[in-house]
Write a new protein. Structure first.
Length: 309
């Protein structure tokens, strides 16, 4: 029964991803906006929904959100208006994307076409799209996240990024326990925003997910560290490394299980400080909801990925 249910869930997810990609590609054919830009914005907003309670679950396959006021127009007395002409009259954003004469805020094609209508004002070249995205979201991080997601989807030619890896080889010496929220004293009283995985100096460190390298460099707390953003807007933080793998630069795409660096004991001082504690990997996860970013306990994910390794 469990196996049957798992297979059904897998097939359902595959069907949804196929449906989404078909929608993006259809919109690309109509608007000349690359399908992966739609995919990047959609996954960005899907991640936002996971981090906030002021947005409902999406009704269809697409997560890009328009409020009733945005869709129908602020002064429109009918906030559920689906008439393209009256929506336009009242300054609403909603358009008819599939030619059925209705502008439905819950219809996937209408949503994508409404989003595309904004971007088309600025053009379809890369720089035009960056400007259009910024004007839409008014947030630099949003543009960076969306373009990062879009890069991953284009490289893979797929939306299937639901693959993960444990951050160190499971056939090597390592140990860890749940240390999220523990107190820390160095540099001022603070809580531990992650899980420490103790391993031998030089043990390879793996990317845990498909993502874009967002940060590489020294931090007085984390030593040599790397930050990677996945397609759910989650930031994966790897700290106290002894060194990085070659070509580990900002903007690089990584895959689950790819070596990104090596376990060390760097940090707790000026650049180059090491050896103030046993060698280990500090692994943290942070969720972004479109406004702020906060840490959450990575331990349950680590246990699941360890079992899958």
């Amino acid at each position: 029964m469990f196996f049957h249910t798992s297979v059904m869930a897998e097939e359902s997810t595959t069907d949804i991803l196929k449906e989404r990609k078909a929608l993006y590609e259809k919109m690309e054919a109509v608007t000349q906006i690359p399908w992966n830009i739609f995919a990047g914005a959609d996954s960005y907003e899907r991640g936002i929904r996971k981090g906030r309670n002021d947005r409902p679950q999406e009704d269809g396959a697409i997560a890009i959100y328009f409020s009733p006021e945005e869709w129908a127009g602020e002064i429109n007395p009918n906030k559920e208006d689906t008439d393209p002409l009256s929506i336009q009259l009242f300054g609403g954003k909603g358009v008819d994307g599939n030619g059925d004469g209705i502008s439905d805020r819950k219809n996937d094609e209408d949503i994508l076409m409404t989003f595309a209508s904004h971007l088309q004002k600025y053009g379809t070249e890369d720089e035009d799209l960056k400007i259009g995205l910024w004007e839409y979201y008014q947030r630099d991080k949003a543009v960076d996240f969306i373009l990062g997601h879009a890069k991953i989807y284009k490289t893979l030619d797929s939306l299937d990024t639901d693959k993960y890896a444990f951050p160190v080889p499971t056939n090597r010496n390592y140990s860890y326990k749940n240390t999220w929220g523990d107190s820390r004293g160095w540099g001022g009283r603070r809580i531990h925003e992650g899980t420490d995985i103790f391993a031998d100096q030089g043990t390879p460190v793996y990317a845990t997910t498909y993502g874009i390298v967002e940060l590489v460099g020294w931090n007085k707390y984390g030593g040599w560290r790397i930050g990677i953003r996945d397609t759910n807007n989650v930031y994966h933080y790897f700290a106290h490394l002894s060194r990085y793998e070659e070509d580990m630069d900002r903007g690089k795409m990584v895959e689950p299980g790819e070596v990104i660096g090596y376990v060390g004991s760097t940090g707790y001082g000026p650049k180059g400080t090491q050896g103030k504690f046993p060698s280990h990997l500090h692994y943290g996860m942070y969720r972004d909801n479109g406004y702020i970013e906060w840490s959450f306990d990575p331990f349950p994910n680590l246990k699941r990925w360890e079992k899958q390794s």
